[in-house]
Design a protein around this ligand. Structure first.
Ligand code: SAH
Length: 345
């Protein structure tokens, strides 16, 4: 068991079950995440026998880097997991801080037609510690402060709900890595029941829903998950999320040329979300190697934007990150699978 997979609560239970003081859980969090110790023997205020027991029960191992791509604003890291599978993590440097884009699964079962990650079927869920290791690699090994985390890498976080929630607890808990809860954003393709469950959690994080189409007919074509969880129920769940604790939800809407970028789509989208406390984030499609879709041109995006704006919707256009290093959302991992057949890097 890797210690990075343990929440404070889990560690308290672990200590309590062996007759130790559960308060040791916070000592561990303080030492591991604030003082960054990588051996239990470097923790001064624990007895030798407790250190021995911890050493027998847990490993403290970092992520193993295979390779990286870098440009001025973002870097993409490829990590090898203990079973040989690989995942990717992206670091994005913003004016307001550094964001880490975390993968939650190896592959993805959502099968969105525009997305590279979905080309590789889900192989397995990531363990909690494998998500924490992605953050710690940036923060501790590269020594780059991390202020924001987005769960927008490979995988569907709500298809790996429990491990993802444990991950969120670990990165937001005090003492610990202490990322502000609202600076942790979960992005989902729309697993409606999990959105409702997420809405009921005490910790308030940020939620993004990958909407990409304003009606079932189009969304069914783009995102097969919509057949299981159609648009109206999804919007209801989003509304419910915003009501629990005065939160805003972000609807991501990728702009794909001649597919979902018409004026009619804009009007329909505005109608759909107008009574939800939300932002709409328009994202120019990032061309991927195995799909033929093109991004909408700038003029089309501007017109689409103006329609939403004139309907009173809070709308933004996302600056693209990592396009030149294939680190844009939905371009992760499948690269590696392809490149393995040729030569990677
Ligand atoms: N499964 C989650 C999170 C991973 S994908 C989700 O669907 O939200 C992160 C975001 O990237 C999603 O909004 C997804 O639809 C989007 N995306 C996928 N491929 C893309 C591409 N080629 N260009 C732009 N965005 C893309």
């Amino acid at each position: 068991m890797n210690i990075y997979g343990m929440t404070i609560k889990m560690l308290q239970d672990y200590f309590a079950s062996s007759g130790e003081n559960p308060a040791k859980a916070k000592i561990i969090f303080n030492e591991i995440y604030k003082n960054r110790v990588t051996s239990f023997y470097d923790i001064s205020n624990l007895s030798e026998s407790v250190k021995d027991k911890l050493g027998r029960d847990f490993e403290i191992t970092p992520a193993e880097l295979v390779t990286k791509y870098e440009n001025e604003t973002s870097s993409k890291y490829l990590f090898r997991l203990s079973d040989g599978l690989t995942i990717e993590t992206v670091l994005m440097k913003h004016d307001y801080g550094n964001g880490v884009c975390i993968s939650t699964q190896v592959g993805c079962n959502m099968n969105c037609i525009f997305c590279e990650s979905g080309k590789l079927k889900k192989v397995r869920n990531l363990h909690t510690y494998e998500m924490v290791q992605q953050v710690l690699y940036i923060r501790d090994i590269l020594n780059i402060p991390v202020s924001h985390i987005v769960l927008m890498g490979i995988g569907e976080p709500f298809d790996n709900y429990e491990n993802t929630m444990n991950f969120i607890d670990i990165v937001t808990e005090q003492p610990g890595i202490e990322i502000a809860a609202r600076h942790v954003t979960v992005s989902t393709s729309g697993i409606t029941p999990k959105i409702i469950e997420f809405a009921q959690r005490k910790v308030v994080n940020s939620l993004a829903i990958s909407l990409h189409a304003p009606n079932d007919e189009l969304r069914n074509k783009l995102m097969p998950i919509n057949k299981k969880y159609p648009v109206s129920g999804l919007i209801d769940a989003a509304r419910e999320y915003t009501k629990s604790g005065n939160k805003k939800v972000t609807f991501a809407y990728i702009m794909i040329k001649n597919l979902n970028d018409s004026n009619e789509c804009a009007v329909e989208l505005a109608q759909l979300v107008k009574d939800v406390n939300c932002y709409v984030n328009l994202i120019p499609y990032n061309k991927t190697r195995s799909t033929d879709y093109e991004p909408s041109d700038k003029k089309r995006i501007a017109e689409f934007f103006d329609i939403l704006k004139s309907c009173g919707i809070n709308v933004t256009v996302r600056r693209e990150f990592g396009g030149d290093i294939n680190a844009a959302c939905g371009q992760l991992s499948a690269d590696y699978v392809n490149d393995q057949k040729t030569s990677f890097f």
